[in-house]
Ligand binder design. Structure first.
Ligand SMILES: Nc1ncnc2c1ncn2[C@@H]1O[C@H](COP(=O)(O)OP(=O)(O)OP(=O)(O)O)[C@@H](O)[C@H]1O
Length: 294
């Protein structure tokens, strides 16, 4: 088990995270927040690339800094951008990394074969990576992180630049890996984690706002989310009165999806809230969201 115990992080005078308290068991955790909320900071501390200003991170009860190499042996970390040799094939690249990690040749051979099959690259093991798509490179990244069979696998915005099909494939691979390890996936894209995460962690104003299941978090807006038709003449007033979460135009009418304390009009249709609705609701006033929606 991994525990983040009252962790704060300060960059000079700037506080990036404040009293973060989290617990991780085996399974997938989606760290979901807009850019700039502190995801990378948190992830770098879990990966021991940075240290908390206050508090500590414990793996099975011991501070990860004290565990040192023993912790790094069970850790896999895929950063936002990872370096690889374009002219290498995945097989050659993984052999090279396996040697650096001290795996013997026959263990490495078997493991690399298994991993390249797991990530669906078995037909291109000897092709140069310079010809690979973004999704294929990310799959090489996962294989690379899995070489030492980590018990804590951390991925920072791993789906950036992937198309929907590649994202779906990525989710499937992670699900297959989550049975016997902790997977922490940071993203600002709700659909990356909505269907696969056992728990979602949302950070707001430098603190943990939620650590809960998708269903429980979505329920936060139960009874408060509606859709209704609004004429163009009523549009401005409606926008002033309610938080609009989504909108579409149908013929001459606008259909708004919005939050209100309770149902005030017969015509309002109550709708079932999704994680995306809660995300948009929670981060509405967050200046960082503007950047993450680009
Ligand atoms: N080395 C640093 N010195 C000063 N401020 C920093 C440093 N690193 C990050 N920050 C600030 O801390 C805040 C959190 O940054 P962080 O990179 O953790 O956010 P994030 O949620 O991961 O966003 P992104 O996805 O854009 O990386 C931001 O306001 C950022 O400007």
């Amino acid at each position: 088990m991994l525990v983040i115990e009252n962790v704060s992080k300060q960059y000079g005078n700037f506080q990036a995270l404040n009293s973060i308290q989290l617990e991780f068991q085996n399974g997938i955790y989606g760290l979901l927040a807009p850019n700039g909320a502190g995801k990378t900071t948190l992830i770098k501390m879990i990966a021991t690339l940075m240290f908390p200003t206050k508090g500590e991170i414990l793996y099975n009860g011991t501070n990860i800094v004290a565990l040192d190499d023993k912790y790094r042996d069970v850790l896999g970390y895929l950063p936002q951008h990872f370096g690889y040799y374009k002219n290498y094939s995945p097989e050659k690249y993984l052999f090279y990394l396996a040697a650096l990690k001290g795996l013997d040749k026959s263990t490495a051979k078997q493991r690399i074969n298994e991993l390249l099959t797991l990530v669906g690259l078995e037909d291109v093991t000897r092709k140069k990576m310079k010809k690979f798509s973004g999704g294929m490179i990310q799959r090489v990244g996962i294989a690379q992180e899995m070489l030492n069979d980590p018990k804590v696998l951390i991925l920072d915005e791993p789906t950036a630049g992937l198309d929907p099909k590649e994202r779906a494939r990525f989710r499937k691979i992670l699900t297959s890996l989550a049975r016997d390890r902790i997977i922490i996936l940071s993203t600002h894209i709700v659909s990356d984690v909505e269907s696969i995460a056992n728990q979602i962690i949302m950070i707001k104003e430098k603190k943990v706002l939620y650590q809960d299941t998708v269903a429980h978090i979505s329920n936060q807006l139960k009874g408060m989310l509606f859709e209704t038709e609004v004429s163009l003449a009523e549009e401005d007033q409606f926008r002033d009165n309610y938080q609009i979460i989504g909108e579409r135009q149908e013929q001459e009418k606008l259909i708004f999806r919005f939050v209100a304390e309770q149902r005030l009009e017969e015509a309002w249709q109550e709708v079932i809230p999704t994680l995306e609705d809660v995300f948009l609701h929670v981060y509405e006033d967050d200046q960082t969201l503007a950047g993450s929606m680009k």
